[in-house]
Design a protein. Structure first.
Length: 309
Protein backbone atom coordinates (compact mmCIF):
# COMPACT_ATOMS: atom_id res chain seq x y z
CA UNK A 1 0.00 0.00 0.00
CA UNK A 2 1.21 3.49 -0.76
CA UNK A 3 2.04 5.64 2.25
CA UNK A 4 0.89 9.12 1.27
CA UNK A 5 2.85 11.89 2.98
CA UNK A 6 3.46 15.61 2.33
CA UNK A 7 6.67 14.65 0.55
CA UNK A 8 4.49 13.07 -2.15
CA UNK A 9 3.66 16.54 -3.48
CA UNK A 10 6.69 16.64 -5.73
CA UNK A 11 6.63 16.71 -9.52
CA UNK A 12 7.19 13.06 -10.40
CA UNK A 13 4.50 13.52 -13.06
CA UNK A 14 4.75 16.13 -15.81
CA UNK A 15 1.38 17.81 -16.34
CA UNK A 16 2.76 21.08 -17.67
CA UNK A 17 1.53 20.45 -21.19
CA UNK A 18 -2.06 19.97 -20.02
CA UNK A 19 -2.71 23.24 -18.24
CA UNK A 20 -1.41 26.40 -16.67
CA UNK A 21 -0.64 25.37 -13.12
CA UNK A 22 -3.43 26.54 -10.79
CA UNK A 23 -2.62 28.60 -7.76
CA UNK A 24 -3.07 27.03 -4.33
CA UNK A 25 -5.65 28.99 -2.31
CA UNK A 26 -4.23 31.11 0.55
CA UNK A 27 -3.88 29.35 3.90
CA UNK A 28 -7.01 29.80 5.97
CA UNK A 29 -9.18 30.84 3.02
CA UNK A 30 -12.67 29.27 2.99
CA UNK A 31 -12.91 26.26 0.73
CA UNK A 32 -15.35 26.83 -2.13
CA UNK A 33 -17.94 24.38 -3.39
CA UNK A 34 -17.78 23.35 -7.03
CA UNK A 35 -20.76 22.25 -9.07
CA UNK A 36 -20.43 19.00 -11.02
CA UNK A 37 -22.90 16.60 -12.59
CA UNK A 38 -21.35 13.58 -10.85
CA UNK A 39 -18.39 12.73 -8.62
CA UNK A 40 -17.21 10.25 -11.27
CA UNK A 41 -16.29 11.70 -14.67
CA UNK A 42 -14.49 10.58 -17.82
CA UNK A 43 -11.41 12.71 -18.45
CA UNK A 44 -9.74 13.25 -21.83
CA UNK A 45 -6.63 14.94 -23.16
CA UNK A 46 -8.83 17.90 -24.12
CA UNK A 47 -10.80 18.27 -20.85
CA UNK A 48 -8.12 17.54 -18.29
CA UNK A 49 -7.36 21.21 -17.70
CA UNK A 50 -10.81 21.58 -16.12
CA UNK A 51 -10.12 18.56 -13.90
CA UNK A 52 -6.94 20.20 -12.64
CA UNK A 53 -8.90 23.30 -11.67
CA UNK A 54 -11.30 21.17 -9.61
CA UNK A 55 -8.28 19.83 -7.68
CA UNK A 56 -8.03 23.29 -6.06
CA UNK A 57 -11.34 22.55 -4.33
CA UNK A 58 -11.23 18.81 -3.64
CA UNK A 59 -8.67 16.08 -4.24
CA UNK A 60 -9.01 14.51 -7.67
CA UNK A 61 -8.31 10.79 -8.01
CA UNK A 62 -7.18 9.83 -11.51
CA UNK A 63 -7.83 6.20 -12.51
CA UNK A 64 -5.81 5.21 -15.59
CA UNK A 65 -7.35 2.12 -17.19
CA UNK A 66 -7.99 0.33 -20.49
CA UNK A 67 -10.78 -1.87 -21.77
CA UNK A 68 -8.43 -4.85 -22.18
CA UNK A 69 -7.02 -4.59 -18.63
CA UNK A 70 -8.56 -7.28 -16.39
CA UNK A 71 -7.29 -5.89 -13.05
CA UNK A 72 -8.68 -2.47 -14.04
CA UNK A 73 -12.16 -3.99 -14.23
CA UNK A 74 -11.75 -5.22 -10.67
CA UNK A 75 -10.15 -2.12 -9.16
CA UNK A 76 -12.19 0.64 -10.85
CA UNK A 77 -15.56 -0.30 -9.27
CA UNK A 78 -13.94 -0.27 -5.82
CA UNK A 79 -12.50 3.20 -6.38
CA UNK A 80 -15.85 4.44 -7.68
CA UNK A 81 -17.69 2.96 -4.68
CA UNK A 82 -15.36 4.63 -2.17
CA UNK A 83 -15.53 7.95 -4.06
CA UNK A 84 -19.34 7.99 -4.02
CA UNK A 85 -19.44 7.16 -0.31
CA UNK A 86 -17.38 10.29 0.40
CA UNK A 87 -20.27 12.46 -0.83
CA UNK A 88 -18.42 15.10 -2.81
CA UNK A 89 -15.15 15.26 -0.87
CA UNK A 90 -13.29 13.66 -3.81
CA UNK A 91 -13.70 13.72 -7.60
CA UNK A 92 -12.83 10.57 -9.55
CA UNK A 93 -11.51 11.17 -13.10
CA UNK A 94 -11.37 8.03 -15.25
CA UNK A 95 -8.79 8.06 -18.07
CA UNK A 96 -8.82 5.49 -20.89
CA UNK A 97 -5.09 5.33 -21.71
CA UNK A 98 -5.71 3.97 -25.21
CA UNK A 99 -7.95 6.92 -26.14
CA UNK A 100 -5.86 9.54 -24.33
CA UNK A 101 -2.16 8.93 -25.04
CA UNK A 102 -1.07 12.41 -23.93
CA UNK A 103 -2.43 11.82 -20.43
CA UNK A 104 -0.90 8.33 -20.29
CA UNK A 105 2.46 9.81 -21.22
CA UNK A 106 2.16 12.72 -18.80
CA UNK A 107 1.43 10.36 -15.91
CA UNK A 108 4.25 8.03 -17.07
CA UNK A 109 1.89 5.08 -16.94
CA UNK A 110 4.26 2.12 -17.32
CA UNK A 111 1.55 -0.31 -16.22
CA UNK A 112 -2.15 -0.17 -15.43
CA UNK A 113 -4.28 0.08 -13.44
CA UNK A 114 -2.46 3.15 -12.11
CA UNK A 115 -4.09 5.56 -9.68
CA UNK A 116 -2.72 9.06 -9.01
CA UNK A 117 -4.29 11.90 -7.02
CA UNK A 118 -4.11 15.63 -7.64
CA UNK A 119 -4.11 18.23 -4.86
CA UNK A 120 -4.14 21.84 -6.08
CA UNK A 121 -2.72 20.67 -9.39
CA UNK A 122 0.10 18.68 -7.79
CA UNK A 123 0.34 14.90 -8.39
CA UNK A 124 0.33 12.44 -5.49
CA UNK A 125 1.09 8.74 -6.23
CA UNK A 126 -1.47 6.33 -4.77
CA UNK A 127 -1.02 2.80 -6.13
CA UNK A 128 -0.56 0.62 -9.21
CA UNK A 129 -2.17 -2.73 -9.81
CA UNK A 130 -5.30 -4.18 -8.22
CA UNK A 131 -5.48 -3.77 -4.44
CA UNK A 132 -8.07 -4.86 -1.83
CA UNK A 133 -10.92 -2.55 -0.89
CA UNK A 134 -9.61 -2.02 2.64
CA UNK A 135 -6.32 -0.73 1.28
CA UNK A 136 -8.17 1.58 -1.11
CA UNK A 137 -10.09 3.04 1.84
CA UNK A 138 -6.90 3.53 3.86
CA UNK A 139 -5.19 5.35 0.99
CA UNK A 140 -8.23 7.58 0.44
CA UNK A 141 -8.19 8.49 4.15
CA UNK A 142 -4.51 9.45 3.88
CA UNK A 143 -5.29 11.49 0.77
CA UNK A 144 -7.95 13.54 2.56
CA UNK A 145 -5.54 14.22 5.42
CA UNK A 146 -2.86 15.42 3.03
CA UNK A 147 -5.39 17.58 1.17
CA UNK A 148 -6.43 19.24 4.45
CA UNK A 149 -2.78 19.96 5.26
CA UNK A 150 -2.55 21.78 1.92
CA UNK A 151 -5.74 23.81 2.31
CA UNK A 152 -7.87 21.72 -0.06
CA UNK A 153 -10.97 21.09 2.05
CA UNK A 154 -13.86 21.97 -0.23
CA UNK A 155 -16.81 19.91 -1.39
CA UNK A 156 -18.60 19.26 -4.64
CA UNK A 157 -22.18 20.32 -5.25
CA UNK A 158 -23.19 17.09 -6.95
CA UNK A 159 -26.19 16.79 -9.23
CA UNK A 160 -28.44 13.77 -9.10
CA UNK A 161 -26.77 10.47 -9.89
CA UNK A 162 -27.79 8.85 -13.17
CA UNK A 163 -31.18 7.17 -12.86
CA UNK A 164 -29.85 3.95 -14.35
CA UNK A 165 -27.00 3.57 -11.85
CA UNK A 166 -28.65 0.84 -9.77
CA UNK A 167 -30.16 -0.88 -12.79
CA UNK A 168 -26.74 -1.25 -14.37
CA UNK A 169 -25.54 -3.62 -11.64
CA UNK A 170 -23.13 -6.23 -12.95
CA UNK A 171 -24.14 -9.90 -12.78
CA UNK A 172 -22.07 -12.05 -10.38
CA UNK A 173 -18.88 -13.59 -11.76
CA UNK A 174 -18.67 -17.33 -12.36
CA UNK A 175 -16.97 -19.07 -9.39
CA UNK A 176 -13.60 -19.67 -11.06
CA UNK A 177 -13.50 -16.11 -12.41
CA UNK A 178 -14.29 -14.79 -8.93
CA UNK A 179 -11.52 -17.00 -7.56
CA UNK A 180 -9.10 -15.53 -10.11
CA UNK A 181 -10.07 -11.94 -9.25
CA UNK A 182 -9.68 -12.65 -5.52
CA UNK A 183 -6.18 -13.98 -6.19
CA UNK A 184 -5.31 -10.91 -8.29
CA UNK A 185 -6.52 -8.71 -5.44
CA UNK A 186 -3.99 -10.45 -3.18
CA UNK A 187 -1.23 -10.18 -5.76
CA UNK A 188 -1.16 -13.97 -6.11
CA UNK A 189 -0.94 -14.16 -9.90
CA UNK A 190 0.07 -17.83 -9.88
CA UNK A 191 -3.22 -18.75 -8.18
CA UNK A 192 -5.15 -16.55 -10.61
CA UNK A 193 -3.50 -18.35 -13.53
CA UNK A 194 -4.53 -21.72 -12.09
CA UNK A 195 -8.14 -20.52 -11.67
CA UNK A 196 -8.37 -19.28 -15.25
CA UNK A 197 -6.79 -22.49 -16.56
CA UNK A 198 -9.46 -24.49 -14.69
CA UNK A 199 -12.16 -22.30 -16.24
CA UNK A 200 -10.74 -23.00 -19.70
CA UNK A 201 -10.55 -26.72 -18.98
CA UNK A 202 -14.29 -26.59 -18.28
CA UNK A 203 -15.06 -24.39 -21.30
CA UNK A 204 -12.27 -23.88 -23.87
CA UNK A 205 -14.41 -21.21 -25.59
CA UNK A 206 -14.71 -19.03 -22.49
CA UNK A 207 -13.49 -15.77 -24.03
CA UNK A 208 -13.39 -13.95 -20.70
CA UNK A 209 -11.18 -16.67 -19.26
CA UNK A 210 -8.91 -16.57 -22.33
CA UNK A 211 -8.49 -12.82 -21.99
CA UNK A 212 -8.15 -13.02 -18.21
CA UNK A 213 -5.47 -15.68 -18.44
CA UNK A 214 -3.48 -13.61 -20.91
CA UNK A 215 -3.80 -10.53 -18.70
CA UNK A 216 -2.73 -12.23 -15.50
CA UNK A 217 0.19 -13.96 -17.22
CA UNK A 218 1.27 -10.53 -18.44
CA UNK A 219 0.98 -9.09 -14.93
CA UNK A 220 2.98 -12.01 -13.52
CA UNK A 221 5.76 -11.41 -16.04
CA UNK A 222 6.03 -7.63 -15.73
CA UNK A 223 6.05 -7.55 -11.92
CA UNK A 224 9.52 -9.10 -12.05
CA UNK A 225 10.93 -6.60 -14.56
CA UNK A 226 12.79 -3.31 -14.25
CA UNK A 227 12.00 -1.00 -17.15
CA UNK A 228 15.47 0.49 -17.57
CA UNK A 229 17.24 -2.87 -17.29
CA UNK A 230 14.82 -4.47 -19.74
CA UNK A 231 15.25 -1.73 -22.34
CA UNK A 232 19.04 -1.84 -21.97
CA UNK A 233 19.05 -5.62 -22.50
CA UNK A 234 16.79 -5.33 -25.55
CA UNK A 235 18.98 -2.62 -27.07
CA UNK A 236 22.10 -4.74 -26.48
CA UNK A 237 20.51 -7.87 -27.96
CA UNK A 238 18.18 -6.99 -30.84
CA UNK A 239 17.72 -10.70 -31.63
CA UNK A 240 17.53 -11.81 -27.98
CA UNK A 241 14.00 -13.20 -27.93
CA UNK A 242 13.48 -13.03 -24.16
CA UNK A 243 14.85 -9.49 -23.96
CA UNK A 244 12.44 -8.36 -26.69
CA UNK A 245 9.57 -10.22 -24.99
CA UNK A 246 10.28 -8.34 -21.75
CA UNK A 247 10.10 -4.89 -23.34
CA UNK A 248 7.01 -5.82 -25.37
CA UNK A 249 5.32 -6.93 -22.14
CA UNK A 250 6.18 -3.64 -20.44
CA UNK A 251 4.93 -1.67 -23.45
CA UNK A 252 1.66 -3.58 -23.50
CA UNK A 253 1.14 -3.24 -19.75
CA UNK A 254 1.68 0.51 -20.13
CA UNK A 255 -0.94 0.78 -22.89
CA UNK A 256 1.57 1.06 -25.76
CA UNK A 257 -0.04 -1.70 -27.78
CA UNK A 258 1.28 -0.72 -31.22
CA UNK A 259 4.84 -0.48 -29.86
CA UNK A 260 4.60 -3.96 -28.36
CA UNK A 261 3.24 -5.52 -31.56
CA UNK A 262 5.72 -3.64 -33.74
CA UNK A 263 8.68 -4.82 -31.65
CA UNK A 264 7.65 -8.48 -31.86
CA UNK A 265 6.80 -8.31 -35.56
CA UNK A 266 10.17 -6.71 -36.32
CA UNK A 267 11.84 -9.47 -34.31
CA UNK A 268 9.86 -12.13 -36.16
CA UNK A 269 10.95 -10.67 -39.50
CA UNK A 270 14.64 -10.75 -38.55
CA UNK A 271 14.82 -14.23 -37.03
CA UNK A 272 15.64 -17.40 -39.03
CA UNK A 273 12.52 -19.38 -39.85
CA UNK A 274 13.38 -22.17 -37.39
CA UNK A 275 13.49 -19.68 -34.47
CA UNK A 276 10.24 -17.84 -35.14
CA UNK A 277 7.70 -20.12 -33.44
CA UNK A 278 7.97 -18.68 -29.89
CA UNK A 279 7.51 -15.15 -31.25
CA UNK A 280 4.46 -16.14 -33.28
CA UNK A 281 2.95 -17.87 -30.24
CA UNK A 282 3.56 -14.84 -28.02
CA UNK A 283 1.95 -12.55 -30.61
CA UNK A 284 -1.11 -14.79 -30.80
CA UNK A 285 -1.37 -14.75 -26.99
CA UNK A 286 -1.21 -10.95 -26.95
CA UNK A 287 -3.74 -10.69 -29.78
CA UNK A 288 -6.17 -12.64 -27.59
CA UNK A 289 -5.48 -10.34 -24.67
CA UNK A 290 -6.36 -7.18 -26.62
CA UNK A 291 -9.23 -8.69 -28.63
CA UNK A 292 -9.60 -9.93 -32.19
CA UNK A 293 -11.81 -6.98 -33.23
CA UNK A 294 -9.33 -4.32 -32.11
CA UNK A 295 -7.93 -2.43 -35.16
CA UNK A 296 -4.39 -2.72 -33.79
CA UNK A 297 -4.74 -6.48 -33.60
CA UNK A 298 -6.16 -6.67 -37.12
CA UNK A 299 -3.26 -4.63 -38.50
CA UNK A 300 -0.66 -6.66 -36.62
CA UNK A 301 -2.26 -9.95 -37.62
CA UNK A 302 -2.23 -8.88 -41.28
CA UNK A 303 1.46 -8.02 -41.06
CA UNK A 304 2.20 -11.35 -39.39
CA UNK A 305 0.39 -13.17 -42.20
CA UNK A 306 2.42 -11.30 -44.80
CA UNK A 307 5.63 -12.31 -43.01
CA UNK A 308 4.55 -15.95 -42.86
CA UNK A 309 3.70 -16.30 -46.55
Amino acid sequence: MTDISPAALRGAVDLSTLRNRPTTPPAGAPAPAAGVADVVVDATDETFGQILEVSRTVPVVVDLWAEWCGPCKQLSPIIEKVTRELGGKVLLAKVDVDANPQLAQSFRAQSIPMVVALIAGQPVPMFTGAVPEQQVREVFAQLLQLAAQNGVTGSLDVGEAPATEEAAEEPPLPPLHAEAFAAIELGDYAAAIVAYEKALAENPRDEDAIAGLGQVRLLDRVQKLDLQDARAAAAAGPLDVQAQFDVADLDLAGGHVDDAFGRLLDLFAQLPSDQRTPVRERLIELFGLIGAADPRVIAARNRLSSLLF
